[in-house]
Design a protein around this ligand. Sequence first.
Ligand code: DGL
Length: 266
Amino acid sequence: MIGVFDSGVGGLTAVSAFDRLMPECDIVYFGDTARVPYGTKSKAVIEKYAFQDCRFLLSEGVKAILAACGTVSSNCLSELKNALDVPVAGVVEPAAKKAYYTAAGANRTVAVLGTSATVRSGAYEREIRKYGDGTEIISIACPLFVSLVENGRVADDDEIANIAVREYLEPIIPLSPSAVILGCTHYPLLSRIIAKYLPESELINASEEAVKSLDEMIGGDAGICGSGALRRFYVSDDPAGFAESGKAFLGRDISDRVNYVNIEEF
Ligand code: DGL
């Protein structure tokens, strides 16, 4: 069984990728809906929350953890990996690799869209540079995107979402980057709007790349993944609201599988 967590609904983009790529795998998901957003918090607070989230998932018996949160993955993944007894993966490395190779075959320009804390960490840039020099990397913090997604403002013609997307992307529209990393797991829900302004760019879904890489590493290991196709969801506030937003991510009703947990106890 794999534990997956995020600050809220964003990590459901990873669950959606599990549904497609590793459907048999058992998943317990935690969304920290009481404390979202993480992306505006300090590194110390993000780390404290991430450890509580992982301790809860471990109490559920998970055998591996995916931090389906760009903010956690870029601010404290190594701390989690070093401290926990199970394998821990994040979303930064697989997306950075994909972006590097996509850009290398084209105009060698990568844009990273993420939360303020993710952009501040420089983690995606560091990871891309490990593959080689010569890539121009432009990182843009898009703090309004999480609220738009959490509030369901993701329709193609949503006026407010379009204004926010256009404004954040303005500096990179003339550059038409070969690869654009959706470096926060909430952002794939805005991908159709983002694609309108960057029609030539390949949008890289960090959650999807992370699940592909997990599939390569442990996909065949039933001892870690389980094989019952279980999906269980926990949140730290408003299970009904989470289930409602979850429909947009997963295309199905999960309202009978969402439970409350008091995360402060972990
Ligand atoms: N979905 C998260 C991320 O990938 C966090 C967004 C937030 O809580 O600010 O960064």
